[in-house]
Design a protein around this ligand. Structure first.
Ligand SMILES: NC(=O)c1ccc[n+]([C@@H]2O[C@H](COP(=O)([O-])OP(=O)(O)OC[C@H]3O[C@@H](n4cnc5c(N)ncnc54)[C@H](O)[C@@H]3O)[C@@H](O)[C@H]2O)c1
Length: 376
């Protein structure tokens, strides 16, 4: 018997709109509804993709019994409240990063998933980027040897971004660097110690009571001899956009390139010195996906039928081709398959690592332990 498709609604149609054509083609879903506050933009997106059901009020969407799950892509301060409201309304939740901006809200989401049995997945792009999937395949096959250390960064100049961005403490949006270091071996953070460094312009100090230009955090892993280092900057640091991840094993190490889109560097131990590093073009991992959505790992123009209309659209291959993997993982989770990494507890562990890292920096690097509810 054919599986009943999971009926998905996307909330927030900036970044969120990128996922619409993927859900429309995934064999296990129905792209059922879209929601955002501005009516004109809502209809423009609805018309473009042939989606009939459109909501300007999130509460109305949650009251719709014909929606099984929401995929939230609204501004960061709304993530927690909207996830909590969806779980209370009986909907499964996929939410873009971060899960929340407070430890308390992470706790509420974890508790609600436990009480209701509903699924939650944080849609962290880096842990499904082709570079990460390549490194994970080397780790899983034992080619890295014994894992010794991990390091990741996320640097972005957010000058001029509106709303809640000015002055945001770097570690409050740390999932793109915490996610990969924990995600490679599905580890959990046990405690953190973070230092602030440098100073952003004075006009931004009062926004969040934070003045650090860079925050650098050490993470001790639970039940493991491993630790990792992550660093972040958002303002007044001269660095091109870069998400990076480095993993050091006893047999091989892999380093993300210094400039985005260049090849990875793989180091192999015990070779003659000049032969240790090799530039490696990362393979694609589209074979892990249903054929209908496999082309979305690369950029391109696609055409097809949806809602009875012919569509033609361009799809960026941004975020390392991760978008179709995120959709597939979430849909598999809703159908009771796969691990849906990161689930609610894992997302809370990743998100709280960043929140508590900033707290540690404010306290001069004091060690802070992750709360028990973030540990499985
Ligand atoms: N790599 C990544 O994981 C990645 C990349 C880009 C953006 N994001 C995240 O995606 C989110 C959205 O980013 P963006 O750049 O599209 O922002 P944006 O401000 O351009 O878009 C936000 C959207 O949410 C809608 N919205 C706001 N409040 C709403 C409400 N109460 N109900 C319904 N809709 C509402 C707005 O109408 C808009 O469509 C952010 O949290 C951002 O951090 C993640």
């Amino acid at each position: 018997m054919q599986e009943k498709p999971a009926r998905i609604a996307i909330v927030g149609l900036g970044f969120g709109a990128e996922f619409i054509p993927i859900y429309q083609r995934h064999p296990g879903t129905e792209m059922a509804a879209i929601c955002q506050r501005s009516e004109a933009a809502l209809h423009a997106v609805g018309d473009k993709f042939g989606i009939a059901k459109r909501y300007t009020r999130y509460e109305d969407l949650l009251a719709d019994p014909d929606i099984d799950a929401v995929h939230i892509n609204t501004p960061i301060p709304d993530h927690a409240a909207q996830s909590i409201a969806a779980l209370r309304a009986g909907k499964h939740v996929a939410c873009t990063v971060p899960m929340a901006t407070s430890v308390e809200d992470c706790r509420k989401i974890v508790e609600l998933t436990r009480e209701t049995g509903l699924k939650y997945m944080m849609m962290e792009t880096v842990v499904y980027a082709r570079e990460f999937l390549f490194m994970k395949s080397l780790y899983d096959s034992g080619e890295l040897g014994q894992l010794q250390f991990l390091k990741a960064s996320h640097q972005q100049d957010m000058d001029g971004w509106p709303g809640y961005w000015p002055g945001l403490p770097p570690m409050h949006y740390a999932t793109h660097c915490v996610g990969p270091v924990l995600g490679l071996g599905r580890h959990q953070a046990e405690y953190v110690s973070c230092f602030g460094s440098g100073t952003i312009r004075e006009e931004m100090h009062s926004c969040y009571g934070s003045r650090f230009a860079v925050e650098t955090c050490h993470i001790k892993f639970k039940d493991s001899d491993l630790s990792a280092q992550v660093y972040r900057s958002l303002f007044d640091v001269a660095r091109q956009y870069r998400e990076s991840f480095e993993v050091y094993g006893s047999k091989k190490a892999v380093e993300w390139p210094l400039v985005e889109h260049e090849p990875l560097v793989v180091h192999t131990a015990k070779r003659p010195e000049p032969e240790i590093p090799e530039r490696v073009v990362c393979p694609d991992f589209a074979h892990l996906l249903p054929p209908e959505i496999a082309p979305f790992t690369t950029g391109g123009v696609y055409g097809g039928e949806a809602g009875g209309e012919h569509l033609s659209f361009t799809q960026g291959a941004g975020h390392g081709g991760s978008h179709p993997h995120l959709v597939h993982q979430f849909i598999e989770l809703l159908h009771g398959r796969g691990e849906g990494y990161p689930n609610a507890v894992q997302s809370a562990n990743i998100t709280c690592t960043g929140i508590l890292a900033h707290e540690s920096a404010l306290r001069g690097g004091e060690i802070i332990r992750l709360p028990d509810f973030t540990l499985q």
